[in-house]
Design a protein around this ligand. Structure first.
Ligand code: SAH
Ligand code: SF4
Length: 346
């Protein structure tokens, strides 16, 4: 079985079945852009070849397990099962302005093991194929079609570390950007990484107009290691060099994500070291309120007042800083949490 996302294989099938290029173009248009089902999209092919093409090409790679709509705001969580049995999730974010974003997973679980993250608690990681990454976009887009909406932004902020699954993430990005497929603008895609310096540079070189976010969370080495075990391997000095390199390639500022945890990374000293670390870099700081997760005793989110104070000090120092507004608190609590519950043995 071949995948609809594999251009070379589709071209080989097209030639073999003597299908006109225009027919495949219309099929892609129907499938990727018009949110049509595989059966509907296949109608773009001449009847004699339709059945064989349909039997040789797979359009879906995940089974939708359940959907959870927030009663508070415009978030919906889609829980999927992979063919090998892992649960992964995507989150649809309907933003008040009318924009619709999708947060996708790049791995089932995550080996980085950050102490504040539900996905990290799963421990193990299985990297998703680009077919599985793309199917999250296809299935969410189809669900949105019923509401007259479509996905405009894709953020790699779901389960997993995208820079530990570079090959498949890059293949997925190529299909998202391809004019014949989703045709998204690179400015509408954001890849969030825990900070793997060489991979960040490779990604920026390959996709210079893509948005990139770095989960910094602390500018103090010992503290960062406590939050993110992988920080031991990639010390802050090395990360800073990668940030310089990335910002010299990319036109838009690098987003720095900073999860605020009471007493752990929100003290006056944390702030002054952060200001010092970021000085001279073109970055946008996004302060993230902590979503409480199970089994993470001792972690308390920084109070709203202190979060605003932090943002104000960053702005005074000349950085753009925003406090993230979190959607879907009732359905999700934190990314990875639903999948973690479903994956846990009964
Ligand atoms: N592995 C990547 C992308 C997935 S996590 C990364 O770490 O950047 C996406 C974002 O969610 C990261 O900034 C991460 O720090 C944040 N996050 C994880 N757990 C969280 C929690 N419990 N509350 C708030 N944000 C969390
Ligand atoms: Fe992995 Fe990102 Fe979660 Fe850390 S925050 S465990 S890198 S998914």
């Amino acid at each position: 079985m071949h995948s609809i996302h594999d251009k070379l294989a589709i071209e080989e099938i097209r030639k073999r079945l003597r299908i006109e290029p225009g027919h495949v173009r219309r099929l892609r248009n129907a499938f990727y852009k018009k949110q049509e089902t595989p059966a509907e999209a296949l109608e773009q092919l001449p009847a004699p070849q339709r059945r064989i093409f349909g039997s040789e090409v797979a359009f879906h790679f995940l089974t939708c397990h359940s959907r959870h709509d927030s009663q508070l705001d415009g978030a919906s969580k889609l829980l999927y099962r992979t063919a090998s049995g892992q649960m992964i999730e995507s989150v649809i974010l309907r933003i008040a302005s009318g924009r619709t974003s999708l947060c996708v997973s790049s791995q089932a679980g995550c080996a980085v093991g950050c102490c504040f993250c539900a996905t990290g608690q799963l421990g193990m990681a299985r990297s998703l194929t680009h077919h599985e990454i793309l199917d999250q976009v296809i299935q969410a887009n189809r669900a949105l079609g019923a509401e007259g909406r479509s996905i405009r932004n894709v953020v790699f902020m779901g389960m997993g570390e995208p820079m530990l699954n570079e090959t498949e993430v890059y293949k997925a990005l190529n299909v998202l950007l391809s004019p014949q497929c989703f045709d998204l603008s690179p400015a509408k895609i954001l890849v969030s990484t825990v900070g793997i310096p060489d991979a960040m540079v490779r990604c920026a070189e390959r996709f210079p107009r893509l948005g990139m976010a770095l989960s910094l969370h602390s500018a103090r080495q010992a503290q960062r290691e406590r939050l993110i075990p992988l920080a031991r391997r990639y010390p802050l000095a090395r990360l800073r060099k990668a940030m310089e390199h990335v910002t010299s390639i990319q036109r838009r500022p690098l987003m720095v994500e900073y999860l605020l945890l009471a007493g752990l990374n929100d003290t006056d000293q944390d702030l002054s070291e952060l200001l010092c670390y970021l000085r001279g870099l073109r970055v946008h700081v996004n302060l993230i309120p902590y979503n409480v997760i199970a089994n993470a005793t001792g972690l308390i989110g920084t109070a709203a007042e202190r979060r605003c104070w932090f943002a104000a000090r960053l702005t005074e120092a000349g950085f753009t800083a925003t406090v993230r507004y979190s959607l879907g608190a009732d359905i999700a609590a934190a990314c990875g949490q639903l999948a973690r519950l479903e994956t846990a043995p009964a």
